[in-house]
Design a protein around this ligand. Structure first.
Ligand code: GLA
Length: 729
């Protein structure tokens, strides 16, 4: 059993294999957070509460003359604004009378097995074998209730949190803020890790010690964004890859978010995650429910590597779904960097023919196959094949690609419209724009108003028509700009704060319908590379194009940062041509292969232009990847170096769950003459077992983990090596 309820003392304890989370109904029904951390059984953590009279921290009226009870200093489970807690709140409500206050007190609870009901319209973690606790809190002066939902996945040390807010009043109220979770800690010796970036350089980790006040990251771009990722880690100052406490919080949501940590006046820390309150408000009519998206909490008392292992397993096994969840993904070749918009069926068939000969599984036709899309200024929204480009149409092309032995995939950017398109000419009001104001263009395009059901319906019909017209087995779902001019004719003036969230709900409803209609099609997410890399999208698309930057050396940092939360099975990664189109850098083909193999693997270059030797190398890479595909996708991933600190070399590894096999990858970032000795210490092997390295020798797991593998002298910048470690006993 994972959840223990001590009815008499109003104590709720959630246990996972290595963590404990505790809440309590405190004085006057105040719902307190008592503990989250390493496992501790049979304990009522209220002994840790230090109730002190603090100046300028007010007291609930019911406390009479007891000045030690204050919402401003007590650790709270779901704090609301306006009634005495001056810290970052989870909930802010504008009541029917215009007052901006809510005061939530415990009302009831319910415990059940499993994780249903699903969150209506929102993606969420799925798991049959878990327990869920729901605790309902009620505002003291109105009929507004908040039901907090906690599901406990014991094995992975994961607790998911979401909430339902119900307006039981006779008049509408407005939600101004509705976060998914907060975690109150009684101290502040913590660092916060966040993952910042930009287009073509996503998820670069940044670790900062918390200071008094607020340290936060967010997105107001309408997508989770390249610029900050909706995943943060709170960890001890001395927590490292291999030791120490850390808490990961990931948001199962793809739009605007806010994540942060606040150290209050007395040095307590509040960590929080949820919908970004900026540009958000939601009118809740009498009887209506607002569902707060899910947040995933994960705890490790064995350092950051373990935290990543657990999150990786959670994402692989309980976030990603569908036919491709655990199946080997096709090794694909994408024509984008090979041709950009300049292609026809002959060019594609030449690429396909060469690819088929080398063992590649799928051809993906990228942007430019539809409408008048001969460049990035036109055509978005017109999802009918351009038969001037693809003579004979889509079906004939797909049949010919299939005849060569490749399956076929296709690119869409459903959420967007070009002004130069039939769709825009017919429905200019379908694009997000504010009446009387010229909208911002980005990449020459506008954003469709996904909050409108007729827009979603149009997209469903158009995409369904394409996907049924030929044997299409993969869709790359792109999104190449962020939202501005967020205004919709679908709702009145007072409800425009709902549009960003309604947009995301519209996106999810379209994805959901298409996935149900085409369960055998693999969907890959993309947003100018990795601009929407989050658990929300991963519920629909089990892989996401990690970055538009395909340079192997930059990719090492991008994939390093991405790996803190997201497993290699979700990381879209391709070998591209050199000099690299984004950086101009030249790296060996072997190294481009090694780096791309820390993901779903594929190619994005004109393979027909490669030399015979290069093609042979591609053939070897594809075979090598296929041989190691399950180790890479299902094994435990470890970061052996931090490329932001170690500029000499980078290394990472995969170990099979039975610890019998490992693949260690090494890239020399800077060659030097007369180098220092270099020993690469492997992780996660069985100490007493004997292993061979690249088919040779007889080393104990302890030797490889503590003594390391000597890396031979490499005489070239960016050279790489792989070490295959195989159990021989
Ligand atoms: C985005 C994607 C690229 C490519 C182009 C096409 O930038 O990330 O991979 O599909 O769009 O326009």
């Amino acid at each position: 059993m994972a959840i223990f309820i001590d009815e008499k003392n109003g104590l709720f304890t959630l246990h996972t294999e290595r963590s404990t989370y505790q809440m309590k109904v405190g004085p006057f029904g105040i719902f307190l957070h008592l503990y989250y951390g390493a496992k501790a059984e049979n304990t009522d953590f209220s002994y840790r509460l230090q109730m002190i009279d603090r100046g300028f921290s007010g007291n609930p009226y019911q406390a009479d003359n007891d000045r030690t009870i204050s919402l401003d200093s007590l650790p709270l489970e779901y704090p609301a604004a306006g009634t005495g807690d001056f810290r970052e709140s989870c909930l802010a409500v504008i009541q029917a009378d215009g007052s901006r206050a809510a005061d939530l007190r415990y009302q009831s609870h319910r415990l059940f097995s499993g994780k249903k009901p699903e969150l209506p319209g929102l993606p969420s973690v799925y798991h049959d074998d878990c327990q869920t606790l729901e605790v309902t809190l009620k505002d003291t002066s109105t009929q507004l209730t908040v039901t907090l939902c906690y599901s406990v996945i014991e094995k992975l040390d994961v607790i998911t949190r979401s909430a339902r807010i119900v307006n039981g009043n006779k008049a509408a109220v407005t939600l101004d803020r509705a976060l998914s979770c907060c975690l109150d800690f009684p101290e502040h010796p913590y660092d916060l890790m966040t993952f910042h970036g930009k287009h073509a350089m996503e998820r670069i980790p940044e670790r900062t010690p918390l200071r008094y006040g607020t340290t936060s990251v967010d997105s107001v771009r309408g997508a989770s964004s390249h610029q900050q990722n909706p995943f943060v880690i709170l960890c001890g100052r001395d927590t490292s890859e291999e030791q120490g406490d850390c808490y990961g919080v990931a948001f199962v949501y793809s739009g605007n978010f806010l994540a942060g940590a606040q150290v209050d006046q007395i040095g307590q820390t509040r960590l929080y995650m949820g919908l970004n309150p900026e540009n958000f408000s939601w009118q809740l009519e009498p009887g209506d429910t607002f569902t707060v998206p899910e947040a995933v909490l994960c705890f490790s008392d064995q350092g950051l590597s373990r935290l990543s292992h657990k999150l990786h397993r959670l994402i692989r096994e309980h976030v990603c779904r569908g036919e491709y969840q655990l199946a080997r993904r096709p090794v694909l070749i994408n024509n984008w960097e090979a041709t950009y918009f300049d292609f026809d069926e002959q060019k594609l068939l030449t690429i396909a023919k060469n690819a088929a000969e080398l063992g590649i599984d799928m051809l993906v036709m990228d942007d430019g196959w539809f409408g008048s899309r001969n460049g990035d200024q036109s055509g978005l929204g017109d999802w009918t094949v351009n038969e001037q480009k693809l003579k004979g149409g889509l079906r004939s092309l797909v049949e010919r690609v299939n005849a060569l032995g490749l399956s076929f995939g296709i690119w869409f950017e459903p959420e967007m419209v070009s002004e130069d398109s039939d769709l825009y000419r017919a429905h200019p009001d379908w694009a997000l724009a504010i009446p009387g104001r010229e909208p911002v263009r980005s990449r020459y395009q506008l954003v469709l108003d996904m909050s409108r059901p007729e827009v979603v319906e149009y997209l469903y019909q158009s995409m369904e028509a394409v996907l049924t017209s030929a044997n299409i087995q993969y869709v790359k779902w792109d999104m190449n700009r962020h939202l501005s001019d967020v205004w919709s004719s679908a709702v009145p003036a007072g409800r425009q704060g709902e549009i960003s969230h309604r947009y995301v709900l519209g996106l999810y409803s379209l994805l959901d319908r298409l996935l149900k209609r085409f369960p055998n099609v693999l969907f890959e997410g993309c947003s100018g590379g990795g601009g929407r890399f989050d658990l929300g999208m991963l519920c629909y698309t089990p892989q996401i194009w990690c970055s538009d930057n395909t340079d192997a050396i930059d990719r090492i940092s991008i994939q390093y940062g991405t790996s803190f939360c997201y497993p290699a099975s979700t990381v879209g990664s391709h070998v591209s041509v050199c000099p690299n189109h984004q950086t101009g850098r030249t790296t060996p083909l072997s190294t481009r292969g090694v780096v791309a193999m820390a993901g779903t693997f594929g190619y994005e270059l004109d393979i027909s232009k490669m030399s015979v030797e290069e093609k042979e190398e591609v053939r070897r890479q594809v075979a090598f990847f296929k041989e190691h595909a399950s180790l890479i996708a299902q094994g435990e991933y470890d970061r052996l170096t931090n490329p932001l600190e170690n500029h000499r070399y980078a290394a990472w590894q995969f170990v099979s769950r039975d610890q019998r096999q490992a693949l260690v990858c090494f890239v020399l970032l800077q060659a030097t003459c007369n180098p220092e000795p270099l020993l690469l210490r492997v992780r996660g092997l069985e100490p007493g077992r004997m292993y061979a390295v690249n088919g040779q020798g007889n080393y104990s797991g302890s030797a490889l983990m503590h003594g390391g593998i000597p890396v031979p002298f490499l005489y070239e910048d960016f050279a790489s090596l792989t070490f295959e470690i195989q159990a021989i006993s």
